[in-house]
Structures are given as C-alpha cells and as structure tokens.
Design a protein around this ligand. Structure first.
Ligand code: 7RM
Length: 639
C-alpha cells in the first residue's frame, strides 16, 4: 500500500497512540469543547443553530425524569435539513454514491436526491398518508430506502425500517405493533450473489397484518413476483409526480421514526426518536467525530435497517452535506477485497465499520487489503461491539496505514447518537471508546449506585439527558421506565458493563448479563475474548460463564481458528497458557470448543445469551435476531 506521505504516523507511547500534530492542528475543534459541554443547555442551544429552524425554540431542555423535551416549541423538518438547505451551495454536489452487489452504480446530486424525495413524498400524500401515520420499510440497501425515509420525514409520517434480513414473522410483529398503513418493499435484494426474496417474505408477513392498505414494491431484480390488489410498483407511482413538495412544519418533539430493537426477552421494543433532539445530536456527532468536510467521501458500511445506518448513513452525514457511499451487498462478493476496491474506486476518506467485519478481514489476510491503494483514507470508525485490541491494531496498521485515528464509537439504538467516542485529536488506547462526547455525562456504578473506583467493573450509566435520547418506547411508557430508569432513579441504564481507568477512559466490557463471576472475581467476557484473539491461531472467540459447584461460574470458550491451524488438544493447552500469561490463572477457560461459526445477531454482535443457554441446558429463547441457526446446531452437536 502506498503511503500518502502527507500525514505523519501516530506516535505510540506505552499503550497510548498519540495523533500526529498535522491532524490535530487542522481540526476545527479542540479540547475546549469538553469545557463548553459542561453547560448543557447553552452548549446544545448553540449547536442547534447549525440546523435550519422554521421557528426557533423557546427553551433548550425541559427535564422531568425520565421524560425530556428538547428544543421546546422549535419547528423544523429533518428532510429539509438534509436536502433543501444544501440546494443553493451544493445542489450539484454528489450526495449519494450507490453501488449494488452485482456491480450496478448510481449517483445522486443533492438536487437529484431532493427531487426524488419530493416525488415520493407526493406519492405518499396521494395515498392519503398524513402526519403521524406509520410506514414500514422493508428494503435492501438501495437508494429508494433513504429516499423513502426522507420522504416520510418530509410529510411528517413516522418511518419504521425493518432490516431486510428479518423473517416474515419478525416483519409482521413490527408492522402490527406500529400499525403501519403502508409497507414499502422490493421484489428482492442481492446478498452474496443470491437474491433475498423480500416480496415473498412480505406477502407472508401480510397474511395477518390488517393495518396495511398498500404495498409499494421496488423492482430491483428483474425477477417475476406475485402481484396482489394492494400492490403498487415504485416506478409506476412515482412517475408522474411533481418534483416539489413542501416540507411539513414539524414540532421539535414530533416523532421522526420508530426503530425496533430486541431485548433479551419479550417482544421487540419500538424505540421512538423525535425530530429536533435527534437531528441536533446526529448532526454534531457526525461532524466532529468524523471531522466531516465538504470534500470528504464518507462510507459507513452498516445496513440502514440498524440505528447506525439511520444516524450515520442518512440523517447525520446528509445534514452535514457530505458525500455518502452506500453499498448493497456482502464484503466478500465477488472477492474478499470488495470493500477495499470500493474505497479505492471512490476515494473514500472516512470509513466506518464494525469489529465483526474487521475480525473477518484479519482472518482473510492482509493481502486483500494490500492489493488496493487506501492512502486517501484519513479517519476510521468502529461500532457495534467492543473491539479487541488486536483487531484495533490491525485496523490501524493495515487499513489505516498508521496515520488514521480510529473512532471507537459507543452508543445504542436508544441513544440515537454516539455518546462515548474519541474526537480526532484524542490520544487513543486500543479497545477503549475513550471519553463521553462533550455535553454527555457517563459513569460506572456499583450495585448500590455508587461510582466505581478506577479499574473496577460496573454498570455503565448516562447521568444527564442528551438531545438524541429516545423519547419513549412506542405505546409502552411503562416498559420505557422499567428498562432504562428504574435500576438507578433519574439515571439512564445502558445495560452494558464497563470500567473507567485512571485517565477517565471508558472500557466497555459487554452487556451486563455477560459478566462472569469466577470465585468472586468479576471477569468481563470481553477481556478473556481479547486475550484469546491475541493468539495468532485465533480468529474469533466467544466466552460465557457456566454454573460451577466450587467457583460459582466456570469459563467456557468457543473459538474459530484462523485458516491453517489444527483444532487439537495441544492447541487447547497452548491457548490456556496464553490466557494465563495475558490475564492470569483466574481467567483461564475451563472448556474450549473449536467451532466454525458463532451465533451472531443479524447486525454482527455475538449472542452470548444463546451460548449461555446451551451451556446451562436451558431454553434458547427468542432467536428472531439470530443470523444463522447453523452455529447453534454445530454447538449442540458437540454436546
Ligand atoms: C450502535 C449500536 C447497542 C449495544 C451497546 C453495546 C454494543 C455498540 C460499541 C459497543 C463496545 C462499542 N446500537 N456496542 N458500540 N460495545 N464498544 N464501540 O450498535 O442498539 O444495535 O447495540 O452494542 O453493548 O449496548 S445497538
């Protein structure tokens, strides 16, 4: 890989990576933002001025825990802020660069995207859709997905995007909970060379979804599909529409979207985000964390079906007027360098992906990356799970050429925006999401609600409200209170375990229920996994606790080996010795299983809950978010 030579490398001192002076001095912000963030209302009020308001708010925040009102009586429109406001200065600038998995490509300027969104807004209006109505989107990663979202936002309809990998049953549950009037889907989408039969799935879901009046179908694949009376095609309804549609004047507190997220038990939670606070939050985090500038080509590889896609493919980058890359398919299709090819082809400067992807890239080997010139990259990001230090170092060195800061961004569907993350000037420690964003107050509490000492693991909480915080759970205030606000009154419970170090850096240890207790020692599954992954033979590892008569819990690990390593007893002993050396005897796995895949959510997070259930012989529970049954069958087979 060619080095640009323009930017110098990070300086490594001990475990800390210091960003080079030429990055730091070119930034538009510095340490002072943390000071400013301490006066919450003033801080967010000033930032809100970066958006276009039809009417300025009267008050930044009204906080009646656990309910907040942000930018009280302010009026704005999210679609207007992503499109109309850019038309004068950036009408001909590329807004969206889209690439389909088969290799088809389309780009939209801001002007073109604006007109397309207006046309589709008019479609929705013609169908009688009004402010506050819900619309479910079940689409592959094609341009019609952001177009439909922005069209909903434009007329005040509330979108509920359901990830295209979900089953008919999961789709039905989400449509019915939201009581959506319209479903927008496609005949199919491409994934690893195969077609996902979205229309068939949708038809099955709609066998029992009485609120749906119409289905709008994007014809993506050219294959035949069954057409029912309720079905319309995207092209036929959009064709004659006008390219202007006035943006609805929305109250800051008006709902922008619902996004369902699965809990450990029970039906999925409909996380509700509102217009003003959400837009302010995603706008400024996208701008500061990724240092977004007019000439950046920005690519977030998430699917828009997840919050990461909502906030950091659609609303955040577009409100900043950025050029956004969007890719439909798999990273290894047709070959394992598809991502690097895309970065090189479009000159991607900011790249945001997930640890699960990074671990796959590592496993596939450096050669795939090195085939391409990635020297134009300047900032990297990661999100979704804790990133093992070894994967961090690989990402930094092989993808980032040792010159790109890595923004390890911690946040949730519920938080709407990134809450814990470095800024590009922050000294980095591999595996740590570093510090709360300015204006955010996070802490780690013990069982009694007292702050933990440095190095001590506990409950990660957010102590003050933030603009993009969820408004509530759709039609379920009670569950909203129970899930997030009851454990420590007035404090938002994230459900994650974390620790803070002496420098105030946060280390996310995983979900709270993943923590293991061996002979009274709290051990983060993440710590053991990171130790295992730091061994050259290990590609991925998942660790869970299992009841043990003497120790309380024993450590069980599931390991995917890198290509070329033999899964034998000898290697098990070597791995145990390795963990002993890395962490200590207390963390050595009692059992090691070599597997070919791990149970993961459809967004790539390891589902330790399932491994735990298997280990303890309990019911596996809700598996609607499980990507593939294959791993579960394999593991059950080993028992
Ligand atoms: C953005 C997203 C949220 C959960 C969260 C964590 C985990 C996300 C990080 C992370 C460690 C990170 N939303 N998580 N980012 N853990 N470091 N940088 O993923 O609602 O789908 O998931 O994901 O456990 O609570 S989400």
């Amino acid at each position: 890989m060619k080095d640009s030579g323009k930017i110098s490398s990070f300086l490594k001192t001990g475990e800390v990576y210091f960003p080079p002076e030429d990055i730091v001095k070119n930034l538009r912000i510095n340490e002072e933002v943390y000071e400013e963030g301490k006066r919450i209302e003033e801080f967010w009020g000033k930032i809100s001025e970066e958006l276009v308001w039809f009417r300025k708010w009267d008050r930044v925040l009204e906080w009646n825990p656990p309910y907040s009102k942000w930018f009280v009586n302010g009026k704005l429109n999210a679609s207007y802020n992503c499109l109309d406001r850019h038309l004068d200065a950036r009408g001909n600038k590329t807004a969206l660069i889209w690439e389909g998995e088969p290799g088809d490509r389309v780009t939209y300027t801001y002007g073109e995207l604006y007109r397309e969104v207006c046309r589709f807004s008019n479609v929705l209006k013609d169908l009688g859709i009004k402010k506050g109505d819900r619309i479910t989107l079940y689409l592959p990663m094609i341009p019609q997905l952001p177009v439909a979202m922005l069209a909903c936002a434009r007329i005040g309809a509330i979108h509920s995007v359901v990830f295209a990998g979900f089953s008919p049953r999961a789709l039905r549950e989400r449509i019915n909970d939201a009581e959506s009037r319209i479903l927008i889907t496609a005949d199919g989408g491409f994934r690893r060379g195969r077609i996902i039969p979205l229309k068939e799935n949708a038809d099955e879901a709609l066998e029992d979804a009485p609120s749906i009046e119409h289905v709008i179908v994007v014809e993506r694949t050219g294959k035949r599909w069954n057409r029912y009376e309720r079905d319309l095609t995207w092209d036929e309804v959009i064709e004659k529409q006008d390219t202007e549609c006035e943006a609805e004047i929305m109250d800051s507190e008006d709902e922008l979207f619902i996004l369902y997220t699965s809990g450990t038990t029970g039906k999925p939670k409909g996380v509700v985000h509102r217009t003003g606070g959400y837009m302010v939050g995603v706008h400024i985090t996208a701008k500061w964390i990724f240092d977004l500038r007019d000439d950046d080509i920005y690519w977030c590889t998430a699917d828009i079906g997840w919050i990461t896609g909502h906030s950091y493919i659609v609303y955040g980058p577009l409100s900043n007027g950025a050029t956004v890359v969007m890719y439909e398919g798999a990273p290894d299709h047709p070959a394992r360098d598809r991502f690097w090819e895309i970065i090189e082809r479009y000159g991607v400067t900011v790249f945001y992906t997930a640890p699960t992807a990074i671990r796959s890239f590592m496993k596939w080997g450096d050669e795939w990356v090195k085939k391409h010139d990635l020297s134009i990259l300047r900032i990297l990001g990661t999100v979704g799970e804790p990133i093992n230090p070894r994967a961090w170092e690989w990402y930094h060195r092989v993808v980032g050429g040792e010159r790109c800061p890595i923004m390890d961004t911690w946040w949730q569907t519920e938080t709407g925006m990134i809450l814990i993350s470095p800024l590009p000037f922050t000294p980095l420690k591999p595996g740590s999401a570093t510090k709360p964003f300015p204006g955010i107050e996070a802490d780690v509490l013990d069982e009694d609600g007292n702050p933990c000492k440095p190095g001590e693991g506990g409950y990660l909480v957010i102590k003050t409200p933030w603009p993009a915080m969820l408004k509530t759970l759709f039609r379920d205030d009670e569950r909203y209170i129970k899930t997030y606000w009851e454990r420590f009154p007035g404090v938002y419970l994230t459900g994650d375990a974390a620790k803070k170090d002496e420098d105030g850096y946060f280390w996310i240890l995983g979900r709270s229920d993943d923590v293991i207790n061996v002979s009274g020692h709290r051990i983060g599954t993440m710590e053991v996994e990171s130790a295992l992954v730091s061994h050259p033979a290990v590609a991925e590892a998942a660790v869970v606790g299992k009841a043990h008569e003497i120790k309380g819990q024993a450590i069980v690990s599931f390991i995917i080996l890198k290509e070329g390593f033999d899964p034998d007893e000898n290697l098990k002993e070597l791995l145990k010795a390795h963990v002993r050396a890395e962490i200590g005897g207390i963390a050595v796995p009692d059992e090691i299983y070599f597997v070919s895949s791990l149970p993961k959510t459809r967004s790539g997070k390891i589902m330790r809950r399932i491994l735990r259930a298997i280990e303890s012989g309990k019911e596996i529970g809700d598996t609607s978010t499980l990507e593939d049954e294959k791993s579960v069958k394999e593991i059950l087979g080993k028992k």
